[in-house]
Design a protein around this ligand. Structure first.
Ligand code: PLP
Length: 386
């Protein structure tokens, strides 16, 4: 038997090497990787700048704990503060931990108890972040959940207007719901979330674990709408594959997280910080992000043009390189067909194909992926019609 708990539905494929957007499996078959470790490998596989930074750090020092000064952690925090327009960073090791820190900070800072989140959201698998997640299938078997959370319908301005009370510490929201099916929030809705926070004296917490670090063409997705969050969380793309998470907050919150209130043994360790620093120095650059924006806009237009006429495809949507292809049937079959044809994609919800290519994917690779998508989804449509 396998000695692993079977918490993942693993494919019968083992990827053994990768460079840029291309990966190779144990049988020597190569693929275009439009999963990128689930929006983690934003600079593609084994990017030189990050590899060099981690290797250099590997030769110097691996871990000292947060009992000591760490200038590489300060530098990484400075880059994140600049990229987000916020002021202070707490480093941890994953997205769930970043959200966990945000929930604790919001409660302690406001002295209030409740956190509002949204249906079909995803915020993580720890007890608090699972409770924050608005999906019953993720709660199943683990009740009773933490009582602090209530779920509102996403993109529903009316439902939000009815919310009141003096016990709400924060509202946690994804700018684009990722795991829930690649559903972008409307500008009106997101602005209303912000207004509601101001009205209630609650903190606006934006979960950018998937949408952050250049994924949508800006450093963080909230910047498309000029929102002013109190807290932003990041993780997936932050270390180019090195496990790391971050909670970033406004200056007013700094004194709430005083020594002893929160912490993490591994959080902000030098190897992770070297990866973060090199990743941000590459991605948070005007010219890099401009290219992401231009390439992705053209790609989404081509996808719409080529795919939306197929009976199988209902809609192509997304922002930057976070793209969902809404199907009229389950996504599992088409995703298998795409993989056989050399393109790795993943589902979001039951019936959406999600595309998360590296942000430095080339024009040729995008054209190649487009051709595979057109071929496979046309075939799938033809077979369904028979
Ligand atoms: C993946 C994800 C998380 C959880 O991150 P982990 O690193 O798996 O804990 C939280 N929020 C969002 C929006 C995510 O996409």
């Amino acid at each position: 038997m396998s000695h692993l708990f079977p918490v993942y539905n693993r494919l019968d494929v083992e990827l053994v090497s990768g460079e840029g957007t291309r990966v190779k499996d144990a049988d020597g078959k190569t693929y275009l990787d439009f999963i990128a470790g689930i929006a983690v490998c934003n600079l593609g596989h084994t990017p030189e700048a990050v590899k060099k930074a981690v290797k250099d750090q590997l030769d110097k020092l691996w871990h000292v704990s947060n009992l000591f000064q760490l200038s590489v952690q300060e530098q990484a925090a400075g880059l994140l503060a600049k990229a987000s327009g916020l002021d202070a960073v707490f480093f941890c090791n994953s997205g769930a931990e970043a959200n966990e820190a945000a929930i604790k900070l919001a409660k302690k800072h406001t002295g209030k108890t409740k956190i509002l989140t949204f249906k079909q959201s995803f915020h993580g698998r720890t007890f608090a972040t699972m409770s924050a997640t608005g999906q019953e299938k993720i709660h199943s078997g683990f009740g009773p959940l933490l009582p602090a959370f209530e779920y509102l319908p996403y993109n529903d301005v009316e439902a939000l207007r009815d919310v009141g009370g003096d016990d709400i510490a924060g509202i946690m929201v994804e700018v684009i719901q990722g795991e829930g099916g690649v559903h972008p929030g409307t500008e009106k809705f997101l602005k209303e979330v912000e207004n509601k926070c101001r009205e209630l004296g609650a903190l606006l917490i934006i979960d950018e674990v998937q949408t952050g670090i250049g994924r949508t063409g800006t450093p963080f997705a909230f910047q498309h709408y000029r929102l002013q969050p109190d807290i932003v969380t990041a993780a997936k793309g932050l270390g180019s594959g090195f496990p790391v998470g971050a909670m970033i907050g406004r200056e007013e919150l700094v004194s709430t997280f005083s020594p002893g209130t929160h912490g993490s043994t591994f959080g902000g360790n030098p190897l992770a910080m070297a990866a973060v620093k090199a990743t941000l120095e590459t991605i948070i650059e005007e010219s890099f992000l401009k290219e992401v924006k231009e390439k992705s806009e053209a790609f989404i237009q081509s996808l719409k043009h080529k795919l939306e006429s197929l009976a199988l495809v209902k809609e192509v949507r997304g922002e930057g390189f976070m793209i969902g292809i809404q199907l009229a049937e389950e996504a599992k079959g088409p995703i298998g067909r795409l993989r056989e044809n050399g393109l790795l994609t993943l589902p979001a919800g039951p019936d959406v194909i999600r595309l998360l290519p590296p942000l430095n994917v080339t024009e040729e690779e995008l054209q190649e992926a487009l051709a595979i998508l057109e071929h496979c989804l046309s075939q799938q449509t033809a077979e369904a019609a028979r």
